[in-house]
Design a protein around this ligand. Structure first.
Ligand code: NDP
Length: 444
């Protein structure tokens, strides 16, 4: 049995109830085969893979809070501190009923490789709660965030672990979390990113993941001798990542014809109107079905995902496993020739196999959605300097980072004999730096 297979078999035996984590670990480990084979003796001697697949620590806690009617609730809170070999733990907090330790471990493992790809000094972490912010009042969300932070603050700090937002955690939640951290510690420090501009946030952070996704897609498409201009794009989701991906893609001359939420998707043959979308999602926090009521010519499809629509490029920006093998087949049959992932692990294994077999351009999440964490790291730099950079400065750095990620991913794929396979390229390019740092730091 190969070293990679051995490590995976042991992991499966230890964590049989963590399907999402095992799926991510299997995908990552199998694509590392080429680099592991070359370095097997050193890696084995240092138990490198055995350490790489286990988080350094996981913190679990209860989060009691009271709703507006005076009823008490208890949710679960987590922080997975996955790997600090290349910097303080960094990664978002997710508030969603589907959150489990397995999901956070999968996201933490992805995060360490993603953070490494940015070239910035940040390790990997992830956290969150099974709390559902949908339908909660501002006061309820605030009480929940305060209770969550009352436990979490013991384990984070500007040089140890710097959380950010993710699904269900946007500017409002980060504000409440930051306020409680400051109240408990008395410290005014960059312990969270995605903060409001008035208290240490970075310009271009809200836009970063969506813009970064479009920047790297543009690089990938150009390298293949094509252009984004004039293409038709299908986007899923209508949250932070989707909104700004839609805005930037439209600005670069593409037509984005879909977006969605967990209830259904909207098709707008004239191109999704960014202002209407932001009004519905950022201001009113309403369902995406509202869009079709307001924009003539658009249609709402309840209970469906947008992958049956004809498009050149698909940008999944909602959640994990939102494109399965059947969806991928539909996309390919409709002429889709590129997929770049805004969400984390939106394509399941069958979908990825279908993309690779069809040899379409496919950029996996850890490379294509790294723009958010990259600008979070730039927010940390600005907080340390006690300076704020202009929007253009941050956006320019983001663009350079995404261009470099594309180049490094493409180069690693080629170096290890998998030219054009960005799954292998992204995993190896991210892993190389983490592995070097772990080896240098000894058995810790
Ligand atoms: P938001 O909470 O802002 O938006 C999430 C969107 O996805 C919403 O439209 C939501 O619809 C939809 N969605 C969530 N769960 C499901 C589901 N089970 N089925 C269908 N649709 C669903 O989150 P973000 O935009 O921040 O995050 C989206 C993805 O991008 C996530 O995978 C996240 O991990 C990833 N990501 C985000 C980064 C960031 O900077 N924000 C950075 C890197 C990755 P509804 O409102 O109905 O729930």
């Amino acid at each position: 049995m190969s070293y990679v297979a051995e490590v995976f078999e042991n992991l499966k035996a230890k964590h049989p109830n963590e399907p999402e984590f095992l799926e991510a670990a299997e995908r990552i480990l199998s694509s590392l085969d080429p680099i592991v084979e070359k370095n097997e003796d050193v890696y084995r001697k240092n138990a490198l893979l055995e350490r790489f697949v286990e988080p350094e620590r996981i913190i679990t806690f209860r989060v009691p809070w009271t709703d507006d009617k005076g009823v008490n609730h208890v949710n679960l809170g987590y922080r997975v501190q996955f790997n600090s070999a290349i910097g303080p733990y960094k990664g978002g907090l997710r508030f969603h009923p589907s959150v489990t330790q397995s999901i956070l471990k999968f996201l933490g493992m992805e995060q360490i490789l993603k953070n490494s790809l940015t070239g910035l000094p940040i390790g990997g972490g992830k956290g969150g709660s099974d709390f559902d912010p949908h339908g909660k009042s501002d006061a309820e969300v605030m009480r929940f965030c305060q209770s969550f932070m009352t436990e979490l603050f013991k384990y984070i700090g500007k040089d140890t672990d710097v959380p950010a937002g993710d699904i269900g955690v946007g500017g409002r939640e980060v504000g409440y979390l930051y306020g409680q951290y400051k109240r408990l510690t008395g410290l005014y420090e960059g312990v969270l990113t995605g903060k409001g501009l008035s208290f240490g946030g970075s310009l271009a952070r809200p836009e970063a993941t969506g813009y970064g996704l479009v920047y790297i897609t543009d690089e990938m498409v150009k390298a293949a001798g094509k252009t984004l201009e004039g293409t038709t794009i299908a986007v899923s989701g209508s949250g932070n990542v989707a909104q700004y991906a839609i805005q930037k893609a439209t600005e670069l001359g593409a037509k984005v014809v879909t977006c969605s939420d967990s209830n259904g998707y909207v098709y707008d043959p004239n191109g999704i109107n960014f202002d209407v979308l932001c009004q519905i999602k950022q201001v009113e926090r309403a369902r995406i079905s509202e869009y079709a009521k307001r924009v003539p010519g658009s249609e709402y499809h309840e209970g469906e995902r947008p992958w049956g629509v004809k498009c050149d490029i698909a940008l999944p920006c909602a959640t994990q496993n939102e494109i399965n093998g059947e969806d991928a087949k539909k996309l390919l049959a409709n002429g889709c020739w590129a997929v770049a992932e805004g969400a984390n692990m939106p394509s399941d294994s069958d979908a990825i196999d279908a993309y690779l077999a069809a040899k379409i351009l496919y950029m996996p999440a850890k490379a294509s959605n790294a723009g958010g964490v990259a600008v979070s790291a730039l927010e940390m730099s600005q907080n340390s300097e006690r300076l704020s950079w202009t929007f253009e400065e941050v956006d320019g750095k983001l663009k350079d980072i995404m261009t470099n990620i594309y180049k490094n991913v493409a180069a690693a794929a080629k170096k290890y004999g998998y030219e054009g396979n960005f799954v292998v390229g992204a995993n190896i390019a991210g892993f190389e730096k983490v592995a070097d740092a772990m080896l240098a730091q000894g058995l810790v």
